[in-house]
Design a protein around this ligand. Structure first.
Ligand SMILES: C[S@@+](CC[C@H](N)C(=O)[O-])C[C@H]1O[C@@H](n2cnc3c(N)ncnc32)[C@H](O)[C@@H]1O
Length: 277
């Protein structure tokens, strides 16, 4: 059995706010719980509406990296409230769309919000990214949008993704990746505590070279690597404002620390995709 006893303080806060009927938090995070992508980061008005459009854009960029098509079987690991599945359901047909999450509370919301259309089939399954409850060679595409840093082991997740993917299948993900040279400059002992109090267990110490090595070890080739840090920066004022309102100083501070590391170029927001060989 997997251990579902994971601490995700930010999801506790979000669910509490949804329960209280907080319209702003619901608008910002009711579908996607990830950063935004702005094609032109100078053109942002700082509003929640603008942020939700950008969050959908980020989802679509990760999906594009997975190169899916109508009829594919797709697994979205760490699926949050099912926003990526909802987006694919609106844009593709005849797909088998499976969302997996360790936190059943999020799946309850996903199941109640998303109805299959365009001959798609949708299922939400509780489970751990590192022990996928699926048969070998079941999927054409595996996605992990902004969640791999929570997983107990990237190596175990890649092994599992390789196992459940059909030969030639794709794995696409987004992650906060430290620049290898800058890695030792990041004072993780200072950042670690507020970040974990807000976001729970996070490992953002896996470099691009680590990904290259891991892909080789686990039977993948790197298809695409895109640094979109600059396009995500308008996220921070919005998230700091909302987290400041619903959380408090720790939430604001931890998000500001991630922002500083990103603005200094120490932490890069990367979209990566791999093909199973
Ligand atoms: C930042 S949220 C991203 C959610 C979603 N991918 C999105 O983009 O809206 C991180 C997600 O990872 C999930 N998660 C964390 N650890 C996990 C694990 N070991 N297995 C599966 N899901 C996990 C969390 O419950 C949460 O839904």
């Amino acid at each position: 059995m997997f251990n579902s006893n994971i601490s995700l303080p930010y999801f506790d806060k979000l669910l509490e706010q949804f329960h209280q009927g907080d319209a702003q938090t619901l608008q910002a995070f009711g579908r996607h719980v990830h950063w935004g992508y702005w094609e032109n980061p100078n053109q942002t008005d700082g509003s929640v509406t603008d942020f939700t459009v950008a969050a959908e854009q980020l989802c679509r960029r990760v999906c594009n990296a997975g190169r899916m098509k109508d009829g594919d079987h797709l697994l979205d690991v760490g699926c949050g409230f099912g926003g990526t599945i909802a987006s694919l359901n609106e844009r593709f047909s005849n797909m088998v769309l499976v969302g997996l999450n360790i936190d059943d509370r999020q799946l309850t919301r996903a199941r109640s919000e998303i109805q299959a259309k365009q001959f798609n089939q949708i299922e939400f399954v509780q489970g751990d990214a590192c022990q996928l409850p699926f048969e070998d060679s079941s999927f054409d595409v595996v996605l992990a949008v902004e969640c791999i840093f929570h997983f107990p082991s990237r190596q175990r997740f890649f092994q599992e993704a390789k196992r459940v993917l059909k030969p030639g299948g794709r794995l696409a993900l987004s992650d906060f990746v430290p620049r290898s040279l800058a890695y030792h400059l990041i004072n993780w002992q200072v950042m670690k505590s507020p970040v974990e109090q807000t976001y729970g267990q996070v490992n953002s110490r896996f470099t691009l070279n680590d990904y290259r090595r891991l892909a080789k070890q686990t039977g993948f080739i790197l298809l695409q690597q895109e640094d979109i840090t600059a396009n995500t920066l308008p996220t921070y004022p919005v998230v700091k404002r909302i987290f400041g309102q619903i959380g408090g100083k720790t939430e604001e501070k931890s998000t500001a620390q991630v922002e500083l590391a990103s603005r200094l170029g120490l932490l890069r927001y990367q979209i990566l995709s791999f093909q199973s060989v």
